[in-house]
Ligand binder design. Structure first.
Ligand code: ZN
Ligand code: ZN
Length: 267
């Protein structure tokens, strides 16, 4: 059977990596996972490591690149990355074969085997952060985490995504009364920070209007959120516009330290 499958292997400030796989190839979006962690995840998902055809990077923050150097040396697959992000993360990579590096540009369509990948810019306090859409002839998966706000450009980029990984980082009240220092609270809630559960709920309404039917809440804060609270807030926002869970959409939350339930399309 033909398939397009996705799975959050890790999600949150302790590490981020999303696996995309078809029957012939696999890609990793972000590398916030150890070599052993990825090997175990591929085994659990019954995906052949030889199918891995590339690693795509969203930005250089440590929770997205902590395993990158190791994974590049172990799997020897191309790294798809924009110039500014590459410059920012080079000092952390160790020895990497320069022939593996493919510089990519916003809105460029990148063909990797049966995948068409497109990076799009997002607002975050990193050198040149991006989200991605990944398309095969079975459908499209959108990945959009680590961003301070969603605007028309983001919605346009995610148009046509059947499945979307969208950030629901924090509950505003938990952030407000929590233990983080004031500067960090302001950073998280700022335009180059992260999406709150409420921001995410509003974005989900738009995504549903544009045809996305499956959303995975991602990059939840451990300090300032709970999975059930994020799900409740987003479900409430969608219920307020008449959308019915299970009928109009499916909503789940990605796990922090473990692989999440795979989300896929078959044909
Ligand atoms: Zn992050
Ligand atoms: Zn970040």
């Amino acid at each position: 059977m033909r398939y397009l499958r996705s799975c959050a292997l890790r999600s949150g400030s302790s590490g981020n990596a999303i696996l995309l796989a078809s029957e012939q190839s696999a890609l990793l979006v972000d590398a916030g996972i150890t070599g052993k962690g990825l090997a175990c995840a591929l085994q659990d998902l019954a995906e052949d490591p030889a199918k891995l055809k590339g690693i795509l990077l969203t930005h250089e923050h440590w929770d997205h690149i902590s395993g990158l150097g190791v994974l590049l040396r172990r799997y020897r697959v191309p790294l798809y990355i924009n110039r500014e992000t590459l410059r920012a993360c080079l000092p952390d990579l160790g020895k990497v074969d320069p022939d593996l590096i493919r510089v990519v540009y916003d809105y460029e369509t990148i063909r990797i085997d049966d995948f068409e990948i497109k990076p799009f810019p997002i607002s975050h306090d990193a050198a040149d952060p991006v989200g991605y859409t990944a398309e095969t002839d079975l459908g499209t998966i959108g990945i959009c985490t680590d961003l301070g706000y969603t605007d028309e450009d983001v919605y346009r980029a995610l148009t046509g995504a059947d499945i979307c990984y969208l950030e629901a980082n924090y509950d505003p009240n938990m952030l407000k009364v929590g233990s983080y220092p004031q500067y960090l609270k302001e950073r998280i809630a700022g335009h180059q920070g992260h999406l709150s559960n409420h921001d995410c709920g509003r974005a989900c309404i738009r995504l549903l209007e544009q045809g996305t039917e499956r959303i995975i809440l991602s990059h939840l804060s451990q300090e300032n959120n709970f999975p059930h609270l994020a799900l409740l807030t987003v479900n409430d926002a969608l219920a307020a516009v008449g959308a019915k869970e299970g009928l109009d959409y499916q909503l789940t939350a990605a796990r922090r330290f473990d692989i999440s339930v795979p989300q896929g399309l078959t044909g």
